[in-house]
Design a protein around this ligand. Structure first.
Ligand code: GAP
Length: 472
């Protein structure tokens, strides 16, 4: 049973130290969230799983970590300055401001792929008196250096995607790592968008984290098949994180909704809104897999010319083309891009892991059935009696001995029932209890989070036993 709605996760996340509303002491900051002691571990585990899976387990992907603030020209030639827009409309009566696609229904597309919308009444006041739609660029601006407020040369942007930091480093990575096509470059890091309508907890925020990979291939590669390939790969990865396939679906993004660089995009959707009645409104994008053609490498290069022979990019000092030895040809590699969000992945795994169970006394308990690789804490070491120095000493020694191998905590802040319930609720796969008998037989009780079954394990075999269990 997954979480019935996002609100259930908001409350669990705050109660148990995963995610807090940001800047709460000053009344908060709309749609900004801080990750607490367990949230930061969960995020790190998601990112580490992704990095291991792509950069370590495969042999065709390198990693980079580029600057968040890049030369402004990057965003000019990537097309973001001109096209990274949301379309806004205002209600003339109540002055409410909305994103057009969130209020109006898209009814059709023009021949050149532009969306046609069916106007609706204002959701706030019910009036039907709209302004024309106008473009709002969602890149967050900042200023570099000690300059006057109105000095346009100081303008810079916080990156709206990590991808461009990969494209501008394509040649650096390819030559230093002696790579031949096909190969990929992965990057994980913060991105920023001045979203008009952020909301739904960590689903849409102005500051978020992305895990992006640009996979460079030849111009005559089977691009559409490669999109399908990466969709399948990511479905498997999400499954390995414990997500139920029934809560994932695919959306072939129509031309009018695709980004300016994309010839094909497939979104992997997650059922973030199971409480909603209509099928299609239950889903929201978890990630997208796009075929970006050679758009980015070509637009950042100094060689391409227009019909009149003028350089398309007079500012670039480099040609980001690739020489293919076997065919003795030079070209701009094409790109398949799987782009995922850390925060949306975290929300999806939390929703899917959520379950409830009734104990012998008829009380409902929350169990967070996180995949062991994602669990913030892998094992909690609990003393049955905290007033017995020998038991406490043994429990603390076990915690210390396990720590180099796995994340373990010692906890004596309540009775054993309460301690088990707390660990179940934060997704700790096993609890290890030290009792009076442990002092005699050098064994402990290992309790399973999901089944509540217990078994006795020798302390000398504990580390190996836990590692085996946590591998699943
Ligand atoms: N480089 C391509 C790109 O950025 P995108 O679909 O705009 O594509 C990729 O973003 C992923 O980043 C999304 O699928 C989502 O997981 C995450 N993302 C985008 N905007 C977000 C936001 N405002 N808040 C949280 N996550 C976001």
């Amino acid at each position: 049973m997954p979480a019935p709605n996002i609100d259930t996760i908001v409350s669990l996340a705050k109660r148990r130290g995963f995610v807090f509303p940001s800047s709460e002491v000053y009344g908060g900051l709309g749609s900004a969230w801080d990750y607490g002691p367990l949230g930061v571990e969960l995020c790190n585990n998601v990112k580490q799983s992704w990095w291991r899976w792509l950069v370590y387990d495969r042999d065709d992907i390198e990693g980079v970590d580029s600057s968040i603030i890049l030369n402004r020209l990057v965003w000019k030639y990537s097309g973001h300055e001109a096209t990274f827009n949301d379309w806004l409309i205002d209600c003339r009566k109540c002055k409410g401001r909305f994103r057009r696609d969130k209020v109006f229904d898209k009814v059709s597309e023009t021949d050149d792929g532009q969306a046609v919308f069916n106007s609706k009444d204002c959701p706030t006041c019910g009036a039907h008196d709209w302004t024309d739609a106008r473009a709002f660029n969602t890149m967050l601006q900042t200023k570099l250096g000690a300059v006057a407020d109105d000095d346009p040369s100081a303008l810079a942007y916080l990156r709206p995607e990590t991808a461009q930091g990969i494209f501008i480093n394509f040649l650096n990575v390819q030559t230093t790592m002696r790579r031949k096509l096909p190969f990929g470059i992965a990057q994980v890091g913060k991105s920023f968008r001045n979203e008009v309508t952020p909301g739904n907890f960590i689903l849409r925020t102005r500051e978020f984290e992305q895990m992006e990979m640009e996979y460079f291939v030849a111009p005559d590669a089977e691009h559409s098949k490669l999109v399908d390939y990466w969709v399948e790969q990511y479905l498997e990865w999400f499954h390995s994180l414990g997500m139920n396939r029934d809560n994932l679906s695919l959306y072939e993004v129509p031309k009018g909704e695709r980004a300016h660089y994309s010839k094909r995009t497939v979104d992997i959707m997650f059922r973030y809104f199971p409480e909603r009645a209509e099928e299609e409104r239950q889903w929201e994008e978890l990630m997208g897999i796009a075929y970006r053609t050679d758009f980015d490498l070509r637009s950042h290069s100094n060689k391409p010319v227009d019909e009149e022979g003028n350089r398309e990019n007079p500012d670039s000092t480099e040609d980001l083309s690739y020489f293919d030895e076997p065919t003795k040809t030079r070209f701009y590699p094409h790109v398949i891009e799987p782009a995922a969000g850390v925060n949306r992945t975290v929300l999806a795994v939390l929703m899917d892991a959520y379950s409830e169970k009734t104990n012998d006394k008829g009380e409902t308990r929350v169990i967070l059935k996180l995949a062991p690789q994602l669990a913030p804490i892998k094992a909690a070491i609990l003393p049955l009696a905290k007033n017995k120095p020998e038991i406490v000493g043994m429990a603390k020694a076990i915690k210390r001995s396990l720590q180099p191998i796995l994340r373990a905590v010692y906890d004596d802040t309540g009775g054993i029932g309460k301690l088990y319930a707390r660990q179940d609720e934060i997704g700790t796969p096993v609890c290890v209890t030290v009792d009076h008998q442990s002092l005699e037989d050098e064994a402990v009780t290992v309790r399973d989070r999901d089944t509540w079954e217990q078994e006795r394990v020798k302390v000398s075999e504990l580390s190996e036993h836990l590692q085996r269990r946590l591998q699943s």
